[in-house]
Write a protein that binds this ligand. Structure first.
Ligand code: ATP
Ligand code: MG
Length: 393
């Protein structure tokens, strides 16, 4: 029954002179999301609104599902478009619309008319009143409530007449591509995919890096991370994923450094390598799934030591979140089920029984001097052997 979607956006409406950049980004993100949907759409701006107009038949549920992943959208209204063929024809269209679209004919409703085309022969108020009357005749159980209606039927008289009454909640945020790009350290855990989602939600384009340690980590662990990237890409768009072989570096650290410092030293080298690829991609920062106190490597002291090696800003959107809050988001966005698959990542394989929880930077640096003979060559090799893939939803 619907021929279009009216796309409502919130925050991006208030960006002053930059507004059109945000709108254009939202238009292209919306068009991208609808590309994979059965049916063809034209997405366009019109009078401070965005319409996705179907050119063919389409699957409503599938289209709504796709739009619900587009950051920047706060509301999705399925719209019936009808030619202006006089009031009588309009009244009939509205009645058949109400038959299909009103959840219950016992609802309270009101009609709100907007006359964007001023040459229409009736005033807005007149149209609303006359349509209201016709609806009451057709559905005697309906009641008018102008203050708190359960259903508001919008009638907008433009070139075509637009009818809509339903607003499906969008994800909010800012359209991806409106805010630069950043490098996500993506592990197979619960947290980092959520961190990537949250930063993408602010309009940031995401690249990702994954460290694996074959044969200590399995091929299945690698595929799991690619799957997670795929799910994040549903919202963030295509992700450039760098898969870095970390085995030699980890073994070398294991060989040369005190075992209670392994994790923290390893994390410093992960950050360094991530920065290398971030710089190549012109990323403006790193993103991790760290949260204060969650594990030994995420105490304030550990975070300070990890951070010290970085020259780029490190964004940690989950820093103040409890695990359950993170799990809730993971479930909502669809990464949780993949994250809890049991394949181990390199962090869990090389952990010490009693890692330091309050590492001291001086002592960590001193341990790292033991790595001087080979570490640069190993880092170079990790960079040269990295595999880069493009992951799409
Ligand atoms: P997650 O659930 O995201 O794995 P975590 O609670 O297991 O987080 P850590 O293993 O200490 O915490 O990792 C902290 C952060 O470091 C992760 O959120 C992620 O951003 C990054 N990270 C950890 N391991 C890897 C890895 N193998 N490859 C890429 N990034 C990683
Ligand atoms: Mg982890």
């Amino acid at each position: 029954m619907y021929q279009a979607f009216l796309i409502k956006y919130g925050e991006i409406g208030i960006k002053g002179k930059n507004r059109h950049i945000f709108e254009d980004t939202l238009v292209s993100q919306t068009a991208n999301a609808l590309k994979n949907v059965d049916g063809e759409f034209v997405v366009r701006k019109e009078n401070g609104r965005i319409y996705a107009e179907a050119q063919t038949a389409f699957d409503l549920e599938e289209a709504v599902e796709a739009l619900r992943c587009v950051f920047g959208i706060v509301g999705i209204c399925p719209v019936v478009l009808t030619e202006d063929e006089g009031f009588e024809k309009l009244a009939q269209t509205v009645i058949s619309y109400a038959r299909e679209a009103f959840p219950s004919h016992h609802a309270t409703f009101k009609v709100v008319t907007r006359r964007a085309r001023k040459n229409y022969p009736m005033e807005s108020m007149e149209v609303s009143a006359a349509l209201g009357e016709r609806l009451l005749e057709a559905f005697p159980e309906l009641k008018v409530d102008v203050h708190h209606p359960q259903v508001t039927l919008h009638v907008e008289i433009r070139n075509k007449i637009n009818l809509y009454s339903q607003t499906i909640k969008g994800p909010g945020g800012m359209p991806v591509g409106s805010a630069g790009r950043a490098m996500l350290l993506l592990s197979g855990g619960i947290d980092s995919p959520v961190a990537g989602y949250m930063i993408a939600k602010r309009g940031v384009k995401i690249d990702a890096v994954y460290f694996h340690a074959p044969p200590y980590t399995s091929e299945r662990a690698r595929l799991k991370v690619i799957d997670l990237a795929k799910t994040v890409a549903k919202y963030a768009g295509p992700i450039r994923l760098h898969i870095i072989n970390f085995t030699e570096i980890q073994l070398y650290i294991y060989d040369k450094c005190p075992h209670d410092q392994l994790t923290i030293i390893m994390r410093r080298y992960m950050m360094k390598l991530a920065e290398h690829f971030a710089a190549e991609n012109e990323d403006l920062g790193l993103i991790t799934g760290e949260s204060i106190g969650q594990v030994a490597s995420q105490t304030m002291q550990s975070l300070a030591v990890t951070n010290e090696i970085c020259t780029m800003p490190v964004y940690r959107p989950l820093i103040g979140f409890d695990k359950q809050d993170i799990v809730d988001i993971a479930q909502k966005i669809g990464t949780y089920e993949t994250s809890v698959l049991p394949y181990e990542d390199c962090c869990t394989i090389f952990v010490a029984k009693h890692p330091v929880t309050k590492p001291n930077l001086k002592s960590i640096r001193k341990s790292e001097t033991h790595l001087i003979p080979k570490i640069d060559a190993l880092m170079q090799e990790a960079i040269e052997t990295a595999e880069t893939i493009r992951v799409e939803a």
